[in-house]
Ligand binder design. Structure first.
Ligand SMILES: Cc1cc2nc3c(=O)[nH]c(=O)nc-3n(C[C@H](O)[C@H](O)[C@H](O)COP(=O)(O)OP(=O)(O)OC[C@H]3O[C@@H](n4cnc5c(N)ncnc54)[C@H](O)[C@@H]3O)c2cc1C
Ligand SMILES: NC(=O)C1=CN([C@@H]2O[C@H](COP(=O)(O)OP(=O)(O)OC[C@H]3O[C@@H](n4cnc5c(N)ncnc54)[C@H](OP(=O)(O)O)[C@@H]3O)[C@@H](O)[C@H]2O)C=CC1
Ligand SMILES: O=C(O)C(=O)Cc1c[nH]c2ccccc12
Length: 413
């Protein structure tokens, strides 16, 4: 054991990085790293977890599969293996990301949580402070900062009356692995986004009794339409038609395939699914079987929760339910406002203020915040690496010129 003064004596370091610092080793950070590597620009990736893609490795359930076709989920310059199925499993996606990192020789600094980042106007550099679980502190100094901490960095835990007195197990969807241990149990899943739907489906497949809270509204679309991905069809239509019309077409097709979901207690939002995703970031549910379970009564849909009390839940309609466990499928949020001391580019919600924006001032960049999933992250990464590489290479040229003029000067004397 060290004393505090001993520990601090050799646990504070300052590191100058020749090139950008990337915060986060998820798909977005790895994609920027790969594109920079191709351009010959050195970089450092800082990651709070002890592995790459920690969201996928540590905070998702066992049976998760990508719900967009693989061609929309691969990262730049390194496709999925040919034998991968149209919708790769979580394991396959993680294996792909591991080989992606190996292929581009990306070695993040693990166990380093960025606690603050600030632009030093006087020195024209970014100062990024990290802390490790054993208390080591490092300050990285660099010219470019790439924020790749993701749209899903932190869990959202709602403050519902009496939740603390519930007494039974309460977990967030990011800690849910499988329905195996819930057999025969009454489980309330709060939230009806993709997580809520898929957790409820998994619980039902394991013979638990899930009730899913749908307090407002949700768009449910079939994952495929006549064997073709709905997402792909939507992307295709969007290149020809206005968004509102694509939304209308999707809703009509969804009605034909899924029927009127309002018959099952699921209200549809008044705004169309893609417009809602674009304006409020709310992802439509791509159904992989939960709706059939709802139709057959194996997943019960319930309205909002009024309050919890010991072992029971009171709903807004006055109904009371006896419950064994609760899964909070209440979503995620960005953590950028907690560590980035900057308010011009990022807004208070941790997303860039202007939609689709990947470039700020003074060498600040954001990758993976355009609410366009992995395809959006790949597009950002390519643009960011090109932008940084241009300045990096110009700087390098200038430095070389300075050296050679300097040398010439010496030789003439
Ligand atoms: C269950 C689930 C399924 C999904 N499925 C799909 C899909 O099929 N297709 C699709 O396109 N998108 C999907 N998404 C969207 C998802 O956002 C992307 O797949 C992808 O993970 C985004 O990558 P990212 O690198 O931007 O963020 P993340 O994967 O969240 O990676 C961010 C990394 O930053 C690290 N980090 C955060 N804060 C700090 C800090 N302060 N210091 C250091 N490190 C930090 C985190 O530990 C993490 O490793 C899904 C999301 C979820 C939650
Ligand atoms: N297979 C896949 O690829 C999967 C992908 N994902 C993706 O991960 C991301 C996150 O999805 P998800 O985790 O579902 O989060 P979402 O943000 O999409 O959904 C959160 C849900 O929780 C509800 N909610 C929040 N607070 C409360 C509350 N206090 N009481 C009742 N309900 C509440 C919301 O309702 P309201 O709308 O009323 O606020 C909403 O229904 C999405 O982009 C999604 O597409 C997730 C799972 C699987
Ligand atoms: O799966 C996710 O969370 C995504 O963000 C992927 C995605 C981006 N745009 C969409 C539109 C409809 C469904 C999923 C997505």
């Amino acid at each position: 054991m060290f004393t505090i003064s001993e520990r601090n004596f050799f646990s504070r370091r300052c590191v100058w990085v020749n090139g950008p610092v990337i915060v986060g080793a998820g798909p977005s950070g790895l994609a920027v790293g790969a594109c920079l590597r191709e351009q010959g620009v050195p970089f450092v990736i800082l990651e709070r977890a002890d592995c790459i893609a920690s969201l996928w490795q540590k905070r998702t359930y066992d049976r998760l599969k990508l719900h967009l076709p693989k061609k929309f989920c691969q990262l730049p310059k390194f496709p999925f293996p040919n034998h991968y199925p149209e919708y790769p499993t979580k394991r396959q996606f993680i294996d792909y990301l591991e080989s992606y990192a190996n292929h581009f020789d990306i070695k993040p600094q693990f166990n380093e949580t960025v606690e603050s980042a600030k632009y030093d106007e006087a020195c024209k550099v970014w100062r990024i402070k990290t802390v490790s679980p054993i208390g080591c502190e490092v300050e990285y100094i660099c010219q470019w900062l790439v924020v790749a901490t993701g749209e899903n960095a932190e869990r959202v835990v709602p403050d519902i009356e009496g939740l603390k007195h519930f007494g039974g197990e309460v977990i967030h969807a990011c800690d849910y692995k499988s329905g195996e241990k819930y057999q025969g149990k009454k489980v309330v899943v709060i939230g009806c986004g993709n997580s809520g739907m898929e957790v409820s489906l998994d619980l039902s497949n394991h013979n638990a009794q899930p009730s899913m809270v749908c307090r407002s509204s949700v768009h449910v679309l079939p994952r495929e339409i006549f064997g073709k991905s709905t997402f792909e069809l939507a992307m295709f239509m969007m290149s020809w038609l206005p968004l509102w019309l694509v939304d209308k077409i999707l809703l009509i097709i969804a009605w034909f395939i899924l029927g009127n979901i309002e018959n099952y207690g699921l209200k549809r939002p008044s705004i169309g699914p893609l417009t809602l995703k674009n304006t409020q970031g709310k992802t439509p549910v791509l159904d992989i079987g939960a709706l059939e379970k709802i139709r057959s009564g194996k997943i019960k849909v319930i309205p909002g929760i009024k309050r919890f009390s010991c072992g029971t839940i009171e709903l807004v309609n006055g109904e009371k339910l006896e419950v064994d466990s609760v899964v909070l499928a209440t979503g995620y949020c960005s953590n950028v406002p907690f560590w980035l001391q900057e308010s011009e580019f990022f807004s208070k919600n941790g997303f860039p203020k202007a939609q689709n924006n990947w470039k700020g001032k003074s060498g600040l960049y954001a990758v993976g915040f355009t609410r366009k999933g992995l395809a959006g992250a790949s597009a950002d990464a390519t643009k960011i690496a090109q932008d940084i590489a241009k300045v990096y290479k110009d700087d390098l040229k200038q430095k070389k010129q300075k050296v050679s003029t300097h040398r010439r000067c010496i030789s003439t004397f």
